[in-house]
Design a protein around this ligand. Sequence first.
Ligand SMILES: [Zn+2]
Ligand SMILES: [Zn+2]
Length: 278
Amino acid sequence: MIFPDYHLHSEFSTDSTAALEEIIRSAKENGLTSLCLTDHHDLDFPFFDKDGNMEFQLDLPAYHKTLAKLRDEVAPDFDLRIGIELGIMPSTVQKGTAFAKDHTELDFIICSTHIVDGMDPYYPDYFEKYGEADGYRRYFEVILEALRGYTDFDVYGHLDYVVRYGPNKNKFYDPADYREIFEEILKIIIDHGRGIELNTGSLYRGLDVPHPHIDLLKLYKELGGEIITVGSDAHTPDRIGYGFDVARDMLLAAGFTHYTTFKNRKAEFHPIPQGGNA
Ligand SMILES: [Zn+2]
Ligand SMILES: [Zn+2]
């Protein structure tokens, strides 16, 4: 495998049943010596399970306890990093800032937008309300609104994730239609010393390209962006590292020479392998 996977979910996420041991085993089988778990924690998530519990809430004490034990067991052959995918909305930016301040033990924080105006674009009601182009625009606007209040993360997750769920997916999607919003988004990210991720999870969810669109990768690079992690967004062990050969080609095509990993919230840069070990 080409890159350490920096976007992975386990049974600690509401939408995954993947056992941590299985994830590590699968990663090792694929030749990885490091990865970073990033289970879901969505602040003030607006949906609840049948027992009335808020979904996508990470049991952080249990997460840390389990991962710390596992990290010790697999070391020194395997470097297990502990991260989180923090779901943010404009209404939770202060909570996000407080969360990051309180959790300095994490190696890595992905900030993601999953909820827009109380709706989850995963469900049809979102596009029924906004239509496709405006639904995409609203998602990007909400990222920008969140970024105006919260920047204490390491990378922003799957920037154009909403396209996964649009009625026509990426058929009519052109980032140039939203260029002003994306420029503002990327400038804030770069000005604060943060990064973005290249997320291949779309490749097994009906799209033929990762997030974000190659034009956004190029724009990010052009604006001075350097920090970029690579993640599969796998919710099952068999998807770890999925499409990383595609990710590498995209990064090289966009002019990147290095990818990024994180330890204790500090960026580490590594040359992108030129090929041959996919
Ligand atoms: Zn996500
Ligand atoms: Zn995810």
